[in-house]
Design a protein around this ligand. Structure first.
Ligand code: FES
Ligand SMILES: [Fe+2]
Length: 401
């Protein structure tokens, strides 16, 4: 479910460096020697906090704008929403995927509608008065435009947005100031590389919209303390107390892994898989699932035989869109009769169980009876995430804590 941009009123006012969140409440989250505690209610309810987060958490980070699978051909392009802005992704003559703000340099018409189909042409033509740009953003033609004598085409190229392909996902830094992606995600590569996600293709996509703050989706994803209570099917194939969290790295990601419970070979309702482990995986990697949360908006779940992602988009303080995708090896997807439902059905059920919990917590944090509840040691990855957010609220952007 994609909310239209018009349905999400965002007013771009100057936003102060520190978030409009009570300092004493943040001090409780960051208190040394504790297991930390939840963020204060304003973090989940306040329009001003979400506006601040869009400017300081999303625009200052590498935000996932989806897969690049359909953008392989020269000239292929698609406009996507990234935070509160729109970006036109275009594959250049040189094979490089570039991003440009989706706005014409003449009178600011959008170059392509967000959420529209992928198309391919040799140039980029504005639909309003026909200005034409090259795939590298250079202004090539201004039909019927009787320009002033000092008009200089070279000063009217499309405005680029930092864009990088990472294992087949498109990562965009709309604000331009984030550390290079490999620094921003320091320590993550060894967890991902053997699955070769860049080789995989999307076998299924589900779009959800839930009545909960975007951070609650990440907090819920980062612990399995709730699994015995709400995920009986999950607990049959993976022990909720197994695995560890990867702490002590420098990157802006949180996560860890859990083991499969024999005889299960993957996360499915029966524990069975219609395929074999991905070819790069050896030993323990065939017996576990890595759950990685890339801040601020991509959850990557690496299974022995498939990869699942949740791409998170805040729509309002209490409303979040989640795009869930299941990626499989191309040889699986091409095999006659291959049915991805073993993975899709399991996680669709689990997703819905999780969304119900997140929505209940959203209602809870809006109660007058809400107080910042404590985390256990088993919720250390949740604590790591909310501490990073609290630290950012204090300092004006992502910072180690
Ligand atoms: S606004 Fe694009 S050509 Fe006029
Ligand atoms: Fe869950």
């Amino acid at each position: 479910v994609r909310a239209s941009r018009a349905a999400v009123p965002t007013v771009k006012l100057p936003v102060a460096a520190a978030a409009p969140v009570d300092a004493a409440a943040l001090a409780r989250v960051l208190a040394p020697g504790t297991t930390s505690c939840m963020l204060p209610a304003a973090a989940y309810l306040d329009d001003g906090v979400l506006a601040w987060e869009r400017t300081h958490l999303f625009a200052k980070a590498w935000v996932c704008a989806g897969r690049a699978d359909d953008l392989g051909a020269v000239g292929a392009r698609r406009a996507v929403e990234v935070g509160d802005d729109a970006v036109l992704l275009v594959r250049g003559e040189d094979g490089v995927l570039r991003g440009f703000y989706d706005v014409c340099r003449h009178r600011a018409h959008e170059l392509a509608p967000c959420g529209g189909a992928t198309t391919a042409h040799r140039s980029i033509r504005c639909p309003y008065h026909g200005w034409r740009y090259g795939l590298d953003g250079a202004l090539l033609a201004t039909p019927h435009f009787e320009a002033a004598a000092d008009f200089d085409r070279s000063g009217h190229a499309l405005v680029p947005v930092r864009t990088v392909e990472w294992h087949g996902w498109v990562m965009v830094n709309a604000g331009g100031g984030a550390a290079p992606l490999d620094e921003f995600l320091a320590g993550l590569e060894p967890h991902v590389v053997d699955h070769e996600p860049e080789r995989l293709a999307v076998g299924a996509t589900h779009s959800y919209e839930l009545a909960a703050n975007w951070k609650l989706v990440i907090e819920n994803y980062q612990e399995c303390l709730h699994c015995p209570s709400i995920h009986p099917e999950l607990c049959r194939v993976s022990p909720s107390t197994s695995g560890e969290n990867a702490l002590g790295h420098e990157g802006f990601w949180v996560g860890g892994w859990q083991d499969l419970l024999p005889p299960a070979v993957t996360m499915s309702l029966t524990g069975e898989s219609p395929t074999v482990p991905l070819p790069g995986l050896r030993g323990d990697a065939r017996r576990r699932i890595d759950y990685l949360g890339l801040l601020p908006n991509l959850l990557v779940s690496l299974h022995p035989d498939y990869v699942m992602t949740h791409r998170i988009e805040p729509l309002a303080p209490g409303r979040t869109a989640v795009e869930c995708q299941w990626l499989f090896a191309p040889e699986d997807l091409e095999r006659p009769g291959f049915d991805p439902s073993f993975a899709v059905d399991f996680w669709d059920l689990t997703n819905r169980q999780d969304w119900a919990a997140c929505e209940s917590v959203q209602r809870g944090v809006s109660s007058r009876g809400f107080r910042q509840g404590p985390f256990s040691t088993a919720e250390d990855a949740v604590a790591q995430f909310v501490r990073l957010v609290a630290r950012a609220y204090q300092s004006g952007g992502w910072a180690r804590c």
